[in-house]
Design a protein around this ligand. Structure first.
Ligand code: NAD
Length: 485
């Protein structure tokens, strides 16, 4: 049986209340592990440990910090991927190959920031007087709280922890209570790589309890959270009390625009993968597909056919491409969105059922679902489903497609597929989103900023931007005595 305790000040310990939380396997409902369920006291202890560790860690030469991070990435990649991937699949449900991919990218991110932080410097600015010098330097912001959701627990941990540690900040990380087990194994790897006590702490507990303490406590100076827009709103209000710096990676409701010259053989598999990968539990999953009138029927048929052969099952089984949803509530949201859309006139073209068979009876499986003839007011077109549901709507003009795509409070990612790159760029420049994929179904790139517009949040991760918010700027203005020789 797997178990995760809290990691505070360099030592694993149970919750001060002794409480634990059970972690089920989303594919079977069976217990796979337990975790300490921390409370406010534990959150405070972790913040205090991070605060105590900050002076030494921030004064450690960046090359030494980087060496520890590289060693952590090496340990995870070369020695522990099998163990961590298996745990991640058991608690989150994604197929083992996807877990391995997630861990590999997490390691790339850690390595990237270990290198990137060594290139960060300050500069001398021009001044208005001959005897004045202006020096601008960057200093680590202090204690960082990293709040991580359950859909990509290992990747998103590294997007937050990698840059913060590299910059010289100390961290209190909080995974979702659904997925703390693989995270604890990753934290152990950081410790084994030589990270001093208190530099990285792990607390597990309810967002409404310890999350509030981590955000509301004045010790933390930056809160970086990936989660729903609702949670982001709440965190923003709490952070206001101390004018706390925030990075908010929130919900999305991603459009994909298919131009009339798109290559169906390319766009269909790309759209299928991005709609259903991780069972659609991705902030940049395709939810709304706008297809040029001339291609709409052919696209809809091919897309529906593309979903029918997908292999669903337990993520540890060989050849499984897609796993279950996280839990009953998550599956029910997909069911509700589909039911509402069909009741309001949408056409169910594929899926829309819990799959048949014993192997699907106990977990939270749901067939990849395609809806056609949807209209803008349907929930599936307005709310984040966070499930395996894609809705197709046809359009007549490019500007109409762009307007429909932008008709959303969210603005995280968008995709456009077409052969004519000029028209693709016309669309890409007009989409209200932090990332646009042109003929590609992913906007994630190690060295490029990832983040949202509008209610998808603010702040950016990955790229140099993901490091920048870990520093405070300081201007040191110096008056010189020019009479000296
Ligand atoms: P969630 O908002 O319920 O939880 C996210 C994290 O916030 C969890 O660790 C949770 O415990 C914590 N939390 C909850 N209440 C809190 C509070 N009051 N104070 C502090 N922390 C609190 O989201 P989820 O269901 O775990 O994840 C799915 C959501 O995350 C979706 O909306 C999805 O779009 C979003 N997401 C966004 C991105 C992005 O990069 N923009 C990436 C992945 C997921």
């Amino acid at each position: 049986m797997l178990h995760a305790d809290l990691f505070i000040g360099g030592a694993w310990r149970p919750a001060s209340s002794g409480e634990t939380v059970s972690i089920p396997d989303p594919a079977t409902g069976e217990l796979v592990g337990t975790a300490a369920l921390g409370g406010v006291e534990d959150a405070r202890a972790a913040l205090a440990a991070a605060q105590d560790a900050f002076p030494d860690w921030s004064a450690t030469p960046v090359g030494e910090r980087a060496a520890i991070l590289h060693e952590a990435a090496r340990l995870i990649r070369d020695e522990r991927t099998d163990e961590i991937a298996r745990t991640l699949t058991l608690e989150q449900g994604k197929p083992l190959a996807d877990s391995r991919k997630e861990i590999a990218f997490a390691c790339d991110v850690i390595d990237y920031y270990a290198d990137e932080a060594q290139r960060v410097g300050g500069d001398w600015r021009p001044t208005r007087q001959a005897n004045i010098r202006s020096l601008v330097i960057r200093q680590p912001v202090g204690v960082v709280v990293a709040i991580v959701p359950w859909n990509y627990p290992i990747d998103l941990l590294s997007w937050k922890v990698g840059p913060a540690l590299a910059a010289g900040c100390t961290v209190v990380a909080k995974p979702a209570t659904d997925t703390p087990l693989a995270t604890a194994q990753v934290v152990q790897a950081y410790a084994d790589a030589g990270l001093p006590p208190g530099v990285l702490n792990l607390v597990i507990g309810r967002g409404s309890v310890i999350g509030d303490e981590l955000v509301g406590n004045p010790i933390s100076r930056l809160v970086t959270i990936t989660g729903s827009t609702e949670t982001g709103r709440h965190v923003m209000r709490l952070a206001a009390d101390h004018i706390k710096r925030l990075s908010l990676e929130l919900g999305g409701q991603t459009p994909l625009i298919v131009l009339d010259d798109a290559d169906l053989d390319a766009v269909v598999p790309a759209a299928v993968r991005r709609s259903y990968s991780n069972m659609g539990q991705i902030c940049i999953a395709v939810n709304r597909i706008f297809v040029a009138d001339a291609l709409a029927d052919a696209f809809t048929d091919a897309f529906a056919e593309g979903t029918s052969g997908l292999r669903l099952g337990h993520g540890l089984e060989p050849d499984v491409e897609y796993g279950p949803l996280l839990n009953e509530a998550t599956r029910q949201r997909s069911v509700d969105h589909v039911t509402q859309a069909v009741g309001a006139g949408a056409r169910l073209v594929a899926g829309g059922q819990i799959p048949d068979g014993d192997r699907y009876a106990r977990g939270w499986f749901y067939e990849p679902t395609v809806l056609a003839d949807v209209s803008p007011e349907m929930r599936v077109m307005r709310e984040e489903t966070f499930g395996p549901v894609a809705a197709i709507r046809r359009y007549r003009s490019l500007d109409e497609a762009i307007a429909m795509a932008n008709d959303s409070p969210y603005g995280l990612a968008a995709y456009v597929f077409g052969r004519d790159l000029e028209r693709c760029l016309y669309v890409a420049e007009r989409l209200e989103a932090g990332g646009v994929g042109v003929n590609v179904n992913d906007v994630t790139e190690l060295a490029a900023p990832f983040g949202g517009w509008k209610e998808s949040g603010f702040g950016r991760e990955l790229g140099p931007e993901g490091l920048e918010h870990c520093y405070e700027l300081k201007h040191i203005r110096i008056r010189l005595d020019l009479s000296l020789p």
